[in-house]
Design a protein around this ligand. Sequence first.
Ligand SMILES: O=P(O)(O)OC[C@H]1O[C@H](O[C@H]2O[C@H](CO)[C@@H](O)[C@H](O)[C@H]2O)[C@H](O)[C@@H](O)[C@@H]1O
Length: 438
Amino acid sequence: MGPMDLNSSHVSPVLTDSVPVNKSRLGIHSSLLTYSQQDSSSPHSAAPAPAGKLPRTGSRKSAAGSIDDVRFNGWLDAMKASSPPRKKLLKGSMINALLPSNIEYDNEDYHILTVDYPSALECFEKIVERAKNNKVAVFLDYDGTLSPIVDDPDCAFMSEPMRETVRSVARCFPTAIISGRSRDQVYDLVKLTELYYAGSHGMDIIGPFRHNMSNKLPNCVNSTDHQVTMHPSSLLIMLLLSCPFLTNHFLWQGNQITLFQPATQFLPIIDEVFRTLVEITKDISGAKVENHKFCVSVHYRNVQENNWTIIGQRVHDILKKFPGLRSTHGRKVLEVRPVIDWNKGKAVEFLMESLDLNDNDDVLPIYIGDDKTDEDAFKILRESNRGCGILVSSVKKESNASYSLRDPNEVMEFLQLLVRWKEREETNHFNKQIKVKV
Ligand SMILES: O=P(O)(O)OC[C@H]1O[C@H](O[C@H]2O[C@H](CO)[C@@H](O)[C@H](O)[C@H]2O)[C@H](O)[C@@H](O)[C@@H]1O
């Protein structure tokens, strides 16, 4: 991976259509703008709006009917295909979430996946061979990777053994979690201070302090961590409960950090679209809308399948009124997000840069994720011909990853192997040094 290419118009593979835009609008650096919904030349894209203005609305008409129908049918298919079949669906209870191994996967399905994406457990020696004499950095998705997929997104808890494993990984290597959830929410679930966090699909990152980052990127602020993370409600809860982990998180640090939020200009419309989506889905039983600060999730996992068309159509219709936003597909979820060229892949590059690892050849970034949004990160690693993308899936999928792991249990096993390998390497190194001295 070369230095961060801030002028590239990298296009997410999960977009249904996309067009690079050259002009700055909404006050966002032009290199971050990539996708729009209408254009005079193409029915799939929009004429760039002048700087600081929202793109025009409602100009999709002429070709619109047919295009929207076609696109919508594509969406419906994608909605149907958006989560691998599972033999058992975990109910969203704490107990079950803590016992992820009770999912029975079809071994044969996983076996087929490993033809193209060999098991990272079986290929562990090959992977660490590449890590020898290199600096390893670990990037982890949250849902479906560190926690099993459950019906209720509020109950997607991480098991204690997984938490301890991630903690030990973070003690050995720079480690970050890159999630579609808001940064605060993913921190509340993970509860580890040893890591870096990127929320809202990488649109809200706290990374290590690096002096020149704010010169390279707009919306990049150097600060102390308690300044940017502490908010009144957390402070109140912390004081009332004297909750140790909150205290740790907010008071132990005071380190200098880099905060990067490339989509701050979208906050008002994200808020508005969130309220609108809550309103227009409230009569659909099982629908759930989450506000993740720079993006919104519309869940349909618990909606009867014959209502998926309705929910998809309503989201689709609403987005016509918000041309600054687009929607992508996750696992039984529609993700509404700003039209900017920023994604989990860019977040990996940003973190590598702020960790001062981007310009070195002796770095092995490992990214583990299960979702379509993780493909952006796999793609970055694949294209830079460096690093190792690991797809978490029990069934066959097309992916830019190189290896696979079947489920969060196997993720934990892989991470534990990595920690043990690092400890062994350090012991060997230490022993060699002693021998030299003797
Ligand atoms: O990037 P991630 O950390 O993987 O987050 C992606 C989405 O994860 C959550 O939804 C998914 O997990 C839920 C809990 O297992 C499940 O109920 C849902 O069907 C999945 O789509 C989260 O709620 C979303 O907001 C994230 O965007």
